[in-house]
Write a protein that binds this ligand. Structure first.
Ligand SMILES: Nc1nc2c(c(=O)[nH]1)N[C@H]1C(S)=C(S)[C@@H](COP(=O)(O)OP(=O)(O)OC[C@H]3O[C@@H](n4cnc5c(N)ncnc54)[C@H](O)[C@@H]3O)O[C@H]1N2
Ligand code: MOO
Length: 440
């Protein structure tokens, strides 16, 4: 059941973190599935059951480089009394024309090559003289250097039971078996299996296309010259990287000036390639808070629930937030605060789960754990707000890095966790057991 506050909650409603998250997750829907090439489907959720069309292995084949022989011919073989067999030829991997191995005969066989008719087992080359007559060898001579080794005689020094060193047809999966179920997230091993059974494309929910747009007339792009009053645009980089890390195809747009018309035009231009829009900055209460100004009335009056609503959350950092949908396709839009730490923390808590919901992934949230707070002095937190302090987690302990300031990007770069201080807690003593969000 959704605990989201109603959209009509009113401008004075102070939203809890959970209400805001529920509002987002109850609005965002998984993307429609499409057929993708195997490698493009990496990290995506499969929406079809996959049935094995052809058994793996498709035929009995050797697991060793050696000699394919009959069991009776090598029974009782030893170094003192080796079995001498006539070599009738080579069977290489990929070979379709097979030799026949009769009594007293052997075929030199390579790993992965089909077991020839008549043969019942494989003796590794190390158990033979390799055709040289000088005791056990460590390997075969290359065909190009010693073509005669595909004929002549081989001495076998050890017996082998039926089926030894043979990978039986269907011993991995059988035709008709279920290879993968709908809902599986495709990692490298699943992609390996799909390729192994001959599937070049699969039906999955695609990665969402996320446009990350920073706003602010003070922002300059990295490598450009910094003039008085200007700062570098770090949010568009941080959040584009975070969107990719969450599984999205992310496009960075930085930085749009603090002008409502310019911003509206920029968003309209980008909507065509967005399944989700993320903006940073301009959501607070200043005279130049342009995202709020440009988007507060962007809703379609005929569409209940459309438009972007700006709200205050009972959290720190990340108090001012906007959420809603825009454009003809009602593209979801999350407007995050401009302070770098606020935008990053907001991304982790709200945008990442939205991206993963669009992908249909089962786990949309970062993992959480409990840890013992290690600090020189108690942590302080504002009453009534859930605080997410940056921390360094290891071995069941977490240590704060930097303070609570939302501009502390250097400390953020050293953190690997967020320390959660609940709304009703104003002070946390060292040694206390605290909740931690692991940032991975
Ligand atoms: N009178 C009040 N002022 C503020 C309040 C408030 O309640 N009353 N809330 C504060 C909080 S909390 C936050 S968070 C910020 C949010 O402000 P905006 O979302 O409007 O963001 P800006 O004003 O555009 O920027 C804030 C800060 O961050 C820097 N910034 C912005 N974009 C980037 C970027 N892409 N890369 C790096 N740094 C960026 C910007 O220069 C400002 O320093 O409002 C508080 N004020
Ligand atoms: O909410 Mo602001 O994000 O505290 O810095």
């Amino acid at each position: 059941m959704s605990t989201a506050a109603p959209r009509t909650a009113g401008p004075d409603h102070l939203w809890t973190v959970d209400e805001h998250l529920d509002d987002i997750l109850s609005t965002v829907r998984p993307l429609e599935p499409i057929e993708l090439n195997l490698l493009d489907a990496q990290g995506c959720v499969l929406v079809e059951d996959i049935t094995v069309p052809v058994s793996l292995p498709p035929f009995d084949n050797s697991s060793m480089d050696g000699y394919a022989v009959r069991v009776a011919d090598v029974a009782g073989a030893s170094e003192a009394y080796p079995a001498a067999l006539e070599v009738v030829g080579d069977v290489a991997a990929g070979q379709s024309e097979l030799l026949h191995v009769g009594p007293g005969q052997a075929a030199r066989i390579m790993t992965g090559a089909p077991l020839p008719p008549g043969a019942e087992t494989v003796v590794p080359v190390e158990w033979t003289d390799g055709g040289l007559g000088e005791g056990p060898v460590t390997g075969m001579r290359a065909r190009s250097l010693a073509p005669e080794a595909a004929g002549g005689q081989v001495l076998v020094y050890r017996p082998a039971g039926a089926g030894a060193h043979v990978r039986a047809q269907g011993s991995d999966v059988k035709a008709g078996d279920r290879a993968l179920e709908a809902g599986t997230v495709l990692g490298p091993p699943q992609i390996s299996l799909l390729a192994a059974i001959g599937r070049g494309t699969v039906r999955v929910r695609p990665r969402p296309r996320v446009v990350v747009m920073s706003t602010g007339s003070e922002l300059v792009q990295p490598d450009e010259e910094l003039r008085p009053g200007q700062i570098y645009d770090s949010n568009s980089y941080a959040l584009t990287a975070a969107a990719r890390d969450a599984g999205a195809i992310a496009y960075r747009v930085g930085a749009v000036a603090d002008d409502a018309d310019t911003l509206r035009d920029a968003i309209e231009d980008q909507l065509v390639r967005a399944d989700l829009m993320v903006t940073t900055g301009g959501v607070s209460v200043g005279a130049y808070d342009v995202v709020k100004e440009a988007l507060s009335y962007a809703g379609d009056e005929d569409e209940p629930g459309s438009g972007v609503e700006f709200r205050r959350l009972a959290m720190q950092p990340g108090k001012p937030q906007g959420f809603g949908s825009i454009g003809p396709d009602h593209t979801p839009l999350l407007a995050l605060p401009g302070n770098p730490v606020s935008s990053y923390v907001s991304f982790e808590l709200f945008v990442r789960p939205a991206i993963r919901t669009l992908m249909g992934l089962p786990d949309v949230h970062r993992p959480r754990t409990r840890a013992t707070l290690t600090a020189d002095e108690p942590l302080t937190s504002p009453k009534g707000r859930r605080q997410f302090l940056r921390g360094r987690y290891a071995d069941g302990k977490v240590t704060p890095v930097g303070g609570a300031g939302s501009h502390l990007v250097a400390a953020l770069a050293r953190a690997n966790a967020l320390i959660v201080v609940p709304e009703d807690t104003e002070s946390v003593a060292p040694g206390t057991d605290v909740e931690v969000v692991l940032l991975g």
